[in-house]
Design a protein around this ligand. Structure first.
Ligand code: SAM
Length: 315
């Protein structure tokens, strides 16, 4: 039974070579739900606000929005001017924008508590305080944002291409983003899937305006590619290639320090980092049984299962 569990990821990887891609699904379905989008948006906003950063200005960009653009639509409601969604896979989001807009509006208008516990127990970054980060808005500014005429116009503008939303998938071929034109770049559960991390951080740094910032929640766990939380690090590269199979994306297996190094390499300053620690008692593969180069990772990387990071481009 145990052996079957261990071989399952390899069997699925091999199956991707013979079965149609549609059999394997693409993930990213949570962003079709307004409460999830609100929870993600306000978690990033709360952490940014603590650092004196206001995400709801200028043009913002999201990496890997998945099935719905609700996180970005919420940010537009709260004052961002334009939103760019950049995914690898085209989820054909336009048809759901108006619906998610309507479902999100009451959460924002009523400044509801950030959804937590229950279905949201694993949503990160973890917060101690789930109150709406009202310090980002004066009463007068918030009333102006929620003005009926503004909201009705915005609903129209997000419902079709050519308005305040631009969606590029696959985004790697998109050449239209101007350097220094973006105020905030963010992602939720995406950067562990991106194959070309180097290029992603390089472009992000290029796109940010001076003083602009990134916030990313990254999950270093095995995502079903192994039974143990860190089991993806036990495969030598040739075996990993088979486990990954022909999928359009899987996980890149990069640990926390790779992200931190790339952020710094491209000239951004880390403002805040919130790691998610694991211990050996969490059922992981012992470090000595990992494959190289993971066996030689530092202790922090070995024990870090997630990271929320904020970094800023100097003025
Ligand atoms: C686990 S889903 C997360 C979706 C969404 N952010 C959420 O919070 O549910 C991963 C997303 O990353 C996207 N993705 C994978 N590789 C990518 C890449 N290189 N660039 C941008 N998005 C990518 C996938 O298409 C998918 O939408």
């Amino acid at each position: 039974m145990q052996t079957l569990r261990k071989l399952r990821p390899l069997a699925i990887g091999l199956a991707t070579y013979v079965l149609p891609e549609s059999r394997f699904g693409h993930g990213g379905v949570e962003t079709a739900e307004a409460d999830y989008c609100y929870s993600v948006l306000m978690r990033h906003a709360a952490r940014l606000q603590e650092q004196g950063l206001n995400p709801f200005q200028g043009t913002i960009a999201e990496l890997g929005p998945g099935a719905g653009l609700g996180v970005g639509i919420g940010a537009l409601m709260l004052g961002a001017e334009n939103y760019i969604g950049l995914d690898l896979i085209d989820y054909d989001c336009w048809k759901s924008n108006a619906d998610i807009f309507d479902k999100l509006l009451p959460y924002i208008k009523e400044q509801r508590e950030i959804p937590n516990g229950g279905a949201f127990i694993n949503v990160k970054p973890e917060l101690q305080n789930h109150a709406f980060p009202e310090a980002l808005f004066s009463d007068e500014n918030f009333d102006r944002l929620m003005d009926d005429a503004r909201i009705a116009k915005l609903r129209e503008e997000v419902s079709a291409p050519g308005g305040r939303i631009r969606y590029a998938a696959p985004w790697m071929e998109d050449k239209d983003i101007k350097p220094e034109g973006i105020h905030w770049i963010y992602s939720q559960a995406v950067l562990e899937h991106v194959d070309d991390l180097e290029n992603t951080y390089r472009l992000s740094a290029e796109w940010l305006e001076p003083g602009g910032f990134i916030s990313h929640q990254i999950d270093f766990k095995s995502h079903g590619f192994a039974p143990e939380w860190n089991g993806h690090w036990k495969y030598p590269e040739p075996v990993w290639k088979l486990v990954r199979g022909k999928r359009k994306y899987a996980i890149n297996r990069a640990p926390a320090s790779t992200h931190i190094s790339l952020i710094e390499k491209y000239g951004l300053e880390i403002v805040y980092a919130q790691p998610v620690p694991m211990t050996n008692s969490d059922g992981g593969v012992p470090p000595q049984k990992l494959a190289q180069p993971f066996k030689s990772m530092n202790d922090n990387d070995q024990m870090t299962s997630g990271l929320f990071v904020i970094a800023r481009k100097p003025l």
